[in-house]
Design a binder for this molecule. Sequence first.
Ligand code: GLC
Length: 433
Amino acid sequence: MKKIVLSLLLVIVATSLSAQAYVPTDENIKSREEFAEDRFGIFIHWGIYSMFAQGEWYLQNAGLNRDEYAKAADAFYPHRFDAKEWVAAIKASGARYLCFTTRHHDSFSMWDTDESDYNIVDATPYGRDVLKEIAKECKKQDIKLHLYYSHADWSRDEYPRGRTAKMVTGRDSTKINWPEYYDFMNRQITELLTDYGPVRAIWFDGWWDHDEDATPFDWQLDEQYALVHKLQPSCLVANNHHQVPFEGEDIQIFERDLPGENTHGLSGQAISRLPLETCQTMNGMWGYKVIDQNYKSVETLVRYLVSAAGKGANLLLNVGPQPNGELPAAAVERMKAMGEWLAVNGETIYGTVEGDIAQQAGGCTTRKGDRLFVHIFEFEGDKLILPLECEVVEAKTFADGAKVDYTMTNGGIVLHIGEVKDSVDYIVELRTK
Ligand code: GLC
């Protein structure tokens, strides 16, 4: 009897231990703070899908045979790939970090993994570990490295089938084996966090593949997140599940919408107190899509970045490199222009927090200490009324420090701004008490 009681007690202790709330380490908290200060990152979607030039979902969208699709690897020779150029373009954009797709839903690994031959070193004539080169350049050029890693897998036999890729053929369903797939992922994650230097974030994606299962699917995330934190305590765990953050996550992600908005149907979830990030495409696709030349204008992109900052969020802006390894010229041009804008106005973006006044169609606000930056995108008339609760002791244009007349009323502050000269973002700086 004693024995039974004892083992029961042990079971209770063990379960309560594993159910313990996640407490981020000091390194992790510091990393979160640095992440939030950065405000701008570049997302890179690149893989053998780039060769089909139809976006990264081509395998599933076209319902291809897995093995036929995989033949593309044998022709992947991105002779214009130059990690130095990529990272220099990212640096020039004013972005402070890069998130690279190490393994997307198609299952192809973009590094020299020992866990599968279906990778850029073993399966392509190119044979180079591009991740090694990228990691090295990031370090050199002081750009933080984040790694995208797909939970969902459309090629491996062991992966339990989810709601996507039902039309993909060639997979052997008799070999479905979750424990095997889970171990495979954890071994790959271990490689990524052991062999490539400091990784500031692991960006998971694909949880949603099982969000319609009759019995809730257990991804065993707790254990996986703990592994990430054990290998690199400062590494931030992110998961693009479109839900409020789960235990063990360090940042909250929004896809294609700013926090609190939901024009794409993926982002209605509540906003947590974790650092926030919105990922967005520069055209309409993540992976290279030859038909999609519908790039957003520099004005739209700058305003999106500013609006993200106004909501206290980072912008992770995507670029889909070409099959030859080059970043599309249209993307590089826009990145350069964003960098030029940030070189002048970055002080109102980097290291700021959400402003006092909620975003409106015509602009938003960001704050740094006692400085409140009013970003004006659209404005007609000569008086701008802002429902500000604090007292203002000074108002000037950010561009040249020219005094801006204002009056305080019960409803807030009235700025007499006259003609708005900068059509992208006219910034008024207020000093508040
Ligand atoms: C979605 C897509 C995926 C893309 C990701 C980026 O989850 O499935 O292809 O990589 O969004 O945010």
